[in-house]
Design a protein around this ligand. Sequence first.
Ligand code: NAI
Length: 327
Amino acid sequence: DPTPVVVTVTGAAGQIGYALLFRIASGAMLGPDTPVRLRLLEVPQAVQAAEGTAMELDDCAFPLLAGIDVLDDARAAFDGTNVALLVGARPRTAGMERGDLLSANGGIFKPQGEAINAGAADDIKVLVVGNPANTNAYIAAAHAPDVPKDRFTAMTRLDHNRALAQLAARTGSHVDDIRHLTIWGNHSATQYPDLTHATVRGTAATELVDPEWVERTFIPTVAKRGAAIIEARGASSAASAANAAIDHVHTWVTGTRADDWTSAGVVSDGSYGVPEGLVSSFPVTSTGGAWAIVPGLEVDEASRARIDASVAELVEEREAVRALGLV
Ligand code: NAI
């Protein structure tokens, strides 16, 4: 039997955790031939709830689930970890300033980065879901100097999937007919969902939809979808976020299809004018195991302005965490 892959999920007792763990254990993330060992990391006051989730995982009798540990200590939780899904984060509460939000999250992602550095497996892959995801990934990576920077990623796959759904609905096509959509920048309202390279059944998307719809409807609908879900559901996106996390890791491990790319927040190598070291969303491919930023795309003037605006926000967040001494 193959050795189980150790998957650590933080925020395991939260709503995304509840939508995520069962799918990981079922094989949806790493495939039907890969057993998994789950490590659930929570804060002490949520350990009991996480243990309840672990009981339900047991009760599913998943053939691929090799074991579950529930922990409140980061060092123990990341010891030997192959895949880390950093979901637990401090949400912004009413009246909270950005500095307070970044500080609170620095207090989570700094020790987790250190724990990953200290004990994770050599092939560690990290996906940060907890917001502000890009900057939390930046903080974690900064505290894991021995881990190659390209192992730290932030989730924009939910935004990517939302963009696929909106374009498919508008063009009366299926999401699977669409290629080459991109989310650029920060996982925030400044993100840029870019369909200038997208095709729908081989036809340029820009020939199928009018620029007015792109500006007035497509971009804001994708960028503000999280708020619309909260408004409608009375709670933030959870199952779709968990699904996107599964998609992100699955694509990372198994690769993108030959004629397509996806979107992920990865550490910039300076491509497309994004300052080196920032965790920003790019068009990316994987051949199975490592992301590569798609090179050489033409960026039109309007796209340039939108990418720059979102990257400027990432630069501000980086300056803020530096000023707070978090990195
Ligand atoms: P939630 O509040 O239901 O769960 C968060 C869990 O994290 C709680 O159980 C909490 O105890 C735990 N936690 C807090 N600090 C922790 C620590 N230091 N170690 C381990 N666990 C810790 O929140 P939900 O809905 O599950 O969302 C989680 C995060 O994902 C939020 O930050 C949310 O904004 C973000 N998110 C990101 C998306 C993306 O596309 N990147 C999409 C949707 C949500």
